[in-house]
Design a protein around this ligand. Structure first.
Ligand code: 3HC
Ligand code: NAI
Length: 655
């Protein structure tokens, strides 16, 4: 088998080229190839070595698919040390993304050059790991402690220009990278540029308090996660001890993290997210439809966010409302959202203006004649949605994709309101739609393959994570929410308080406890939905009696200043004895005996409720695979990624 690493002598420069698609990950063969190339170079006439990569990117990291298998020599940390110790000047030339172990390889070079569009980063923390090939020791030596901690604990890659400012990149190459890099290396040789082993540098001066400051901030921002804290420990070690000691400590901590449940969960999640984008029974060669223009019907909470999502990806959007007044209101909310993004530094003023300019308004369906995709986001009412789809059927061009953002309604019935059910599907965004990453792509009975494939691909373009769901009440995520909500109410009646339930779930890692979520969403929403149901359809009264009483007492949640909690003017929740009494009275009325409930029981029962429903969803073929459910819950419902999602968590705890 030919090696993914090639070595050629170009004049006096030895060029080492990695070619291991798709992202040049450091598989065993790549590591061996790099070692061989450096050994060959040691004995030839080269005066310097240049490392470049073929394809779309520089090395994007260790090969994650090899993690968990018995490690094979050469190990990456040793390889990095070996490359750094080369007796020839060593330069790395970066394009695409130099990530994780890939960037650690580059840090072992004497000098680094990069094209302006390149990014560098140490994203190991996203996999529950720390940079384990000298990254925690070399990065602070080049960039200082603060910048190194920022880079490694956030896991966010930074652009080449910023990396240059931080001292992580030495030269920006305009034009062709290989040509430019060869010229750069020659110049270094001509100038007699000194060798610069990163590991031999001193860590720059810093305030010793910085480590505890990072620990405290991460204790809140990355609550419950072990890797960010371990990174701080390693950088502290780098500042206090010689490189050899620091790197041995890094190795030990890396191995600990690799064997732990959090990294297993996050590695599972990395592949789960990528698997979710694949639809098993779609032919590979299906031709995609073109989507270059979009219309959104309904400019309310969801419609506005959906319009922004497309505009932010450079796709023009027409927002259709029922009246001029409603349209003005919808567009004003979009304006406010863009202004907010600029104020928070998320978007530049120019970029926000350019995105906003892509959104136009209309009150007339005739404007939809030429659009490639329509997304309906009007009130959650089946008849209204059917009416709208019948109208779309009349005005839209052949081949236009017609989507509904419904949360619960039957997509097949909506499709049947048209003469082209093959062009209809659900595109279920989550609130706020321009921020939340999840997109449930609801495949109707008659949805055409090319419509589904187009929307899966489109999701990536608009920076969403798609998961395919079949048609049922609530699809994947909202369907699982029902037994979860019911179990929450049972826990209250059996003896827990709202604050105990929320705190237990937040300590487990949920972004927000269930009762705080209900208060945020508004208790009246469920109340109104229940009004339309028969007693039998409503199920066990224990599951909804307390929320009903709260609504009837005017406690609708945050918007009315009280719900399961009382809220001050800053929407800060305080436990409320009135609610405790309401819960106790309801329990006694329903004959439920109250007892002490442990936090563990709360977590076990609530996650258990999700998992039981998840199994039914898989059995019924609503989800393609268990890992898709994990993606839905992490990206749509604030389930902690470091637990891998509910289904993975259950498989781990089941042993
Ligand atoms: N190892 C193995 N496979 C990888 C990989 C890696 N490091 N990175 C990406 N892949 C695979 C993906 O699974 C995907 O496979 P598929 O096509 O079969 O689904 C394929 O490469 C393409 O990946 P994406 O769909 O993510 O492609 P994008 O172009 O959207 O993104 C990327 C490219 C930015 C490089 C992104 O893949 C990424 O962020 N990769 C992970 C980078 C990373 O975490 N590196 C650190 C690894 S840990 C490490 O290095 C430890 C060291 O410190 C010792
Ligand atoms: P909303 O009430 O905020 O907005 C609905 C908008 O539709 C209103 O502005 C209304 O004027 C407009 N509208 C009504 N009839 C119309 C018509 N015939 N033509 C054009 N516009 C019309 O509702 P929201 O919350 O945005 O929900 C919209 C849809 O999205 C619903 O189906 C809902 O279930 C779904 N959804 C809601 C989520 C949420 O968190 N709010 C999350 C995911 C989906």
């Amino acid at each position: 088998m030919s090696s993914p690493v090639k070595y050629t002598l170009t004049g006096n420069i030895g060029v080492v080229t990695v070619d291991n698609p798709p992202v040049n990950a450091l598989s065993h063969a790549v590591r061996q190839g790099l070692l061989d190339a450096f050994e060959t170079a040691a004995g030839d006439a080269s005066e310097a070595l240049l490392l470049v990569c073929e394809g779309r990117t520089f090395i994007a990291g260790a090969d994650i698919s090899e993690f968990g298998q018995p490690p094979q020599e050469p190990f990456l940390p040793d390889l990095c040390d070996r490359m750094e110790a080369s007796d020839k000047l060593f330069v790395a030339a970066i394009h695409g993304t130099a990530l994780g172990g890939g960037f650690e390889v580059a840090l072992s070079a004497d000098y680094r050059c990069a094209v302006p569009s390149a990014k560098v980063g140490l994203p190991e923390v996203m996999l529950g790991l720390l940079p384990g090939a000298g990254g925690t020791q070399r990065t602070p030596r080049l960039a200082g402690v603060d910048a190194a901690l920022q880079l490694m604990t956030s896991g966010k890659p930074i652009p080449a220009a910023m990396a240059k400012e931080a001292g992580l990149v030495d030269e920006i190459i305009e034009g062709d990278l290989v040509d430019g890099a060869l010229t750069y290396v020659q110049k270094l040789l001509d100038d007699n540029a000194p060798r610069r082993s990163t590991s031999a540098l001193d860590v720059p001066e810093h305030d010793a308090a910085i480590f505890d400051q990072f620990r405290a901030v991460l204790g809140k921002k990355a609550r419950g996660q072990v890797a960010p804290q371990a990174i701080v420990d390693c950088v502290e070690k780098a500042a206090a001890t010689p490189y050899e000691e620091g790197v041995a400590y890094e190795r030990q901590r890396f191995m600990e993290l690799m064997g732990g449940d959090q990294s297993k969960a996050l590695r599972h999640f990395f592949f789960a997210e990528r698997a979710a984008a694949k639809v098993d029974d779609l032919p590979r060669d299906v031709e995609l439809r073109n989507v270059e223009s979009v219309a959104v019907i309904g400019g309310g909470t969801m419609g506005g966010g959906i319009a922004m999502t497309f505009a932010n990806a450079g796709i023009p959007v027409t927002l259709v409302e029922i009246s001029d007044e409603a349209l003005e209101r919808g567009l004003a909310i979009i304006d406010r959202n863009y202004a907010g993004s600029v104020k928070r530094g998320k978007l530049s003023e120019d970029k926000a203006a350019a995105c906003r300019a892509l959104i136009s308004g209309a009150t007339d369906y005739s404007q939809l004649a030429d659009v490639d995709l329509v997304i309906e986001a009007v009130f959650e009412n089946l008849n209204l949605k059917k009416e709208i789809f019948a109208k779309l059927d009349d005005v839209c061009k052949d081949g236009a994709i017609l989507a509904t953002n419904t949360s619960y309604q039957d997509v097949n019935e909506i499709a049947a309101a048209t003469k082209r059910p093959q062009d209809v599907l659900g595109l279920h965004f989550f609130s706020p739609a321009h921020i939340m990453k999840l997109l449930e792509v609801v495949r109707g009975e008659k949805t055409a393959d090319d419509v589904l494939a187009t929307c899966m691909k489109l999701a990536k373009r608009i920076r969403k994570v798609p998961v395919v769901a079949g048609v049922c009440y609530g699809f994947i995520g909202n369907r699982m929410l029902q037994p979860y909500a019911q179990q929450t109410q049972l826990l209250l009646l059996e003896g827990a308080t709202p604050e105990q339930v929320d705190t237990a779930m937040e300590n487990f890692g949920m972004a927000m406890g269930p009762l705080r979520v209900f208060d945020l969403a508004g208790l009246d929403v469920g109340y109104k939905a229940r009004e339309a149901l028969s007693e039998e359809e409503k199920g066990d009264p224990a599951g909804y009696r307390v929320p009903d009483l709260l609504v009837e007492a005017g406690r609708l949640g945050q918007k009315s200043g009280s719900g399961f909690y009382s809220y001050d003017e800053n929407r800060k929740p305080t436990p409320d004895p009135e609610v405790h009494k309401m819960i106790e009275d309801t329990a006694s009325e329903l004959g439920i005996k109250r007892r002490d409930i442990s936090d563990d029981e709360i977590v076990e029962r609530l996650v258990g409720a999700l998992v039981d429903e998840g199994h039914k969803i898989i059995d019924e073929g609503i989800a393609q695979r268990a890992s898709d459910i994990d993606v839905v819950y992490v990206y749509g419902y604030g389930f902690p990624a470091f637990r891998g999602g509910p289904m993975f968590h259950a498989s781990l705890t089941a042993g």
